[in-house]
Write a protein that binds this ligand. Structure first.
Ligand SMILES: [Zn+2]
Length: 462
């Protein structure tokens, strides 16, 4: 007996796009076939003329995160809900270890934020800000608990930034126990000097956030992260890569066969420095790190996605409302909370710019937004594919439907959209998480607390 059958759609994986019925039982994919017996199922979901995709996986989100005296505007309920409307059914968020705390405390704190609220499945990376010798063992413990990835910062001196020795130690430890290091790669020391000089010269408008963080600072740190990982014998994953200079470093390393991976985000593919020149304080809507770059970088990044120099698209969703939150930096760009909202529109933006515009195939699209994230971060084959035994996280996706993105209609709990007015083609119609219908058209059927923590496996290649 099947709980439901998704009938008549084109099932897409990295290796194929075939007409198939997909049968679901107890939250898992139980049957895949040409015409499954319908009288056998409690419910039929018609996917005729549409694609059926594995649920999207966003490996970089910041829900309910304290930053600069405020907290990101989406919590685990509103964030997973908005994600689901966009076809994303799994998130990997970041549990932050503050100085002096154990890594365990970070994990426990974020589990508390998520467990009663998440409407879809979630996992965590652990952000390490403080790693004396005595704490290194805690990394092993976290890996055993299903948190096998650690994010380190080469930026934000005095807050998150770690020195090279600490980064190197963490990489060596991670490589021993099957962990993965995720790196925020920007040279925070140099950036800080440039920022202080700008402020001293009275340059306080939002655009100076971008103008004080050169692409060279990102490229240098990317290159240093790769070198440290090479010496440590560990894989490394560069988060939110924003510019061609850094992309070149990743490409060179991969050409040498090193286990180096990188993600970019829709904002770097669709927005540019010009958006920061909008009148008044509007530019604050685009204050996130790394910053927006000159427009020509966009095509380089799209090409990087096509050529597999970049392997993943995540969002770095970190929403702050324009009113009251972004406004904290009205007179000083360094006080604008860093981050932008994007969790809802990743799949449509990447389908639209990637597949509909002819830059890459629908198979490559699925690889970038679901399959490779699952493989790199220990969720595959439970997530990231359409196969018997995998979780029934499925998206019935209308490749022809168009929509104009707007804060007036989005589901994120934030008062503006970074992508306001952008027209996308390719919209999720129905979204399933472990066989439960979360989204059907404009209706949400999920419930807070329904999502599960995903204990992830160690890194074993991608
Ligand atoms: Zn981030």
């Amino acid at each position: 007996m099947l709980d439901l059958i998704v009938t008549g759609g084109i099932a897409v994986t990295p290796s194929g796009a075939e007409p198939a019925d997909i049968g679901v039982a107890r939250g898992k994919i139980a049957a895949i076939g040409q015409s499954l017996a319908r009288d056998n199922a409690k419910r039929i979901l018609d996917a005729k003329d549409r694609l059926v995709l594995p649920g999207g996986i966003d490996v970089h989100t910041h829900l309910d995160m304290p930053f600069g005296g405020t907290t990101s505007a989406d919590d685990f309920e509103t964030g997973t809900r908005a994600a689901a409307f966009g076809g994303t059914t799994t998130l990997i968020d970041f549990a932050i270890q503050y100085k002096g705390q154990s890594l365990r405390t970070a994990f426990d704190t974020w589990m508390q934020k998520a467990s009663a609220k998440a409407t879809a499945d979630y996992a965590f990376h652990c952000i390490i800000t403080d790693l004396p010798q005595a704490r290194l063992d805690e990394m092993d413990e976290l890996v055993r608990e299903g948190v096998p990835s650690f994010k380190l910062f080469m930026a934000y001196p005095g807050v998150f930034m770690l020195d090279d020795a600490t980064i190197f130690k963490a990489m060596r430890r991670a490589s021993k126990v099957g962990g993965m290091i995720c790196m925020h790669a920007e040279n925070g020391g140099a950036i800080d000097v440039i920022v202080q000089q700008a402020l001293a010269e009275g340059k306080t408008a939002p655009k100076y956030h971008a103008l004080t963080r050169p692409t060279t600072a990102e490229a240098e740190a990317t290159s240093r992260a790769i070198a440290l990982a090479e010496m440590a014998g560990s894989p490394v994953y560069i988060v939110h890569l924003s510019c061609n200079d850094a992309l070149e470093k990743v490409r060179e390393a991969r050409d040498r066969g090193l286990p180096v991976y990188a993600e970019t985000c829709p904002q770097y593919l669709y927005l540019s420095l010009e958006d920061m020149d909008k009148p008044g304080f509007e530019g604050a809507k685009y204050v996130f790190t790394p910053p927006l770059r000159e427009k020509w970088h966009q095509e380089k990044l799209w090409n990087g996605l096509k050529q597999d120099h970049l392997q993943v698209v995540s969002t770095d969703h970190c929403p702050f409302c324009f009113k009251e939150q972004k406004e904290m930096g009205k007179d000083d760009f360094t006080k604008i909370p860093n981050g932008g909202p994007g969790i809802e529109h990743r799949m449509s933006l990447i389908y639209s710019g990637g597949v509909a515009k002819g830059r890459f195939s629908v198979n490559r699209f699925v690889e970038l937004v679901s399959t490779t994230p699952a493989k790199i971060f220990g969720l595959y084959p439970r997530k990231g594919t359409i196969a018997i035994g995998s979780d029934a996280d499925l998206v019935i996706f209308d490749a022809d439907r168009e929509q104009t993105i707007s804060a007036a209609t989005h589901h994120m709990r934030v008062d503006y959209s970074m992508f306001e007015g952008i027209k996308v083609k390719g919209i999720p119609d129905v979204v399933l998480s472990r066989g439960r219908v979360l989204v059907e058209g404009d209706q949400f059927h999920g419930k807070a607390g329904q999502g599960s923590f995903l204990k992830r496996a160690t890194y074993s290649g991608a």
